[in-house]
Design a protein around this ligand. Structure first.
Ligand SMILES: [Zn+2]
Length: 76
């Protein structure tokens, strides 16, 4: 975990702000703070965030596998 004491702009006053500040890793399904993302990839105008380089690489290797709209979702 990393903590930055000089960043005092943390505000949870708005639910929308929280929604905007977080993202779901499409590879492993983890929720992460965008500020903490290990990487991000833009696909067709949609930016995907990843919690680790491994997830980013997996996504980069086969984006369609993770961006395909519903259907075939195994709901693991
Ligand atoms: Zn991940």
């Amino acid at each position: 975990m990393t903590e930055s004491l000089d960043d005092g702009r943390v505000s949870f006053g708005s639910r929308d702000e929280i929604e905007l500040a977080t993202a779901t890793d499409p590879v492993c399904g983890s929720e992460l703070r965008r500020a903490d993302a290990a990487g991000a990839i833009d696909v067709h105008g949609i930016v995907y965030f990843f919690d680790s380089i491994a997830c980013r690489d997996a996504f980069a290797a086969d984006p369609d596998r993770y961006t395909r709209p519903s259907g075939g979702d195994t709901d693991h």
